[in-house]
Design a protein around this ligand. Structure first.
Ligand SMILES: Nc1ncnc2c1ncn2[C@@H]1O[C@H](COP(=O)(O)OP(=O)(O)OP(=O)(O)O)[C@@H](O)[C@H]1O
Ligand SMILES: [Mg+2]
Length: 239
């Protein structure tokens, strides 16, 4: 469903990404691991159309979408849930969801909101609350809900568990698994490798701007010494 080949992205003279290749599949969670500054966020943003790659290709759903602008990528069924959630804090939960459905026909917006309330009952309870008053975990679920309003086939997620308490990390990641189990493809960057591996099907390890390892989540757990060395951190302690 998604095939990224030899992606190159730079910020002026800074070559942030030079050789990222990975794939994502419907109904599966692909986990992207890598140390700080490895190029994970840059890769997701380039795939989703927020940054033009210098080279390489992005194929989605059988088409070449390399360099396509983000709003068109969303219409094709790929949506990015960005780092830091980026929900509209002064707006209510429901207003945030409506913004996620901006491109959808009016009738389907109401239906979409009701479906999201079924998936995330906490959002239904807090529908008229200001988003800024939600807990971090609730805000992350709102960010998922807003992305789901575009009825994506593939969701890209940048560190959804960032800043959350351990119990909330589990809840947020199990909701990611549940979204994949409905058939949506998930490409997720996660610093918490241990928690991420528990819900992932496949793994890509990015180091210094390049993909250096890909395999199944089971292989990643088995070869944790290798993954550990590539991450350069004690990121897999406890797996
Ligand atoms: N706007 C920018 N301008 C210049 N360089 C940037 C910019 N954003 C990122 N970089 C550089 O690009 C490289 C990759 O950064 P990126 O944010 O993609 O890494 P990351 O893997 O997401 O890291 P983290 O784990 O800290 O989120 C880093 O060397 C970073 O300093
Ligand atoms: Mg990042």
């Amino acid at each position: 469903m998604l095939e990224v080949t030899d992606l190159h992205v730079s910020y002026g003279p800074v070559r942030a990404v030079h050789g990222v290749s990975l794939t994502a599949t419907a109904g599966q969670v692909t986990l992207v691991l890598g140390a700080n500054g490895a190029g994970k966020t840059t890769s997701l943003r380039a795939i989703a159309g927020f940054h033009k790659p210098d080279a390489g290709s992005v194929w989605f759903d059988g088409r070449d979408i390399t360099g396509m602008a983000a709003h068109r990528v969303v219409r094709r069924g790929m949506v990015l849930v960005p780092e830091g959630r980026k929900i509209f804090l002064p707006l209510t939960v429901e207003e945030n969801l409506r913004m996620g459905g901006y491109a959808a026909p009016k009738g389907s917006v109401e239906k979409g909101i009701e479906e999201i309330y079924q998936t995330f009952p906490i959002l239904a309870e807090r529908r008229h609350a200001q988003a800024g008053l939600l807990s971090g975990g609730e805000q992350q679920m709102l960010a998922f809900g807003r992305a789901l309003m575009s009825r994506p086939k593939l969701m890209l997620m940048d560190e959804p568990s960032m800043g959350l308490a351990p119990a909330m990390v589990e809840r947020v990641l199990s909701s990611v698994r549940a979204m994949a189990d409905t058939g949506i493809g998930i490409l997720m960057v996660e610093q918490n490798a241990e928690a991420g591996l528990r819900i992932a099907d496949t793994v890509a390890v990015v180091s210094r701007g390049e993909t250096v390892w890909t395999g199944t989540a089971d292989e990643a757990r088995d070869s944790k010494a290798i993954v550990h060395a590539m991450l350069g951190e004690a990121a897999l302690d406890g797996v």
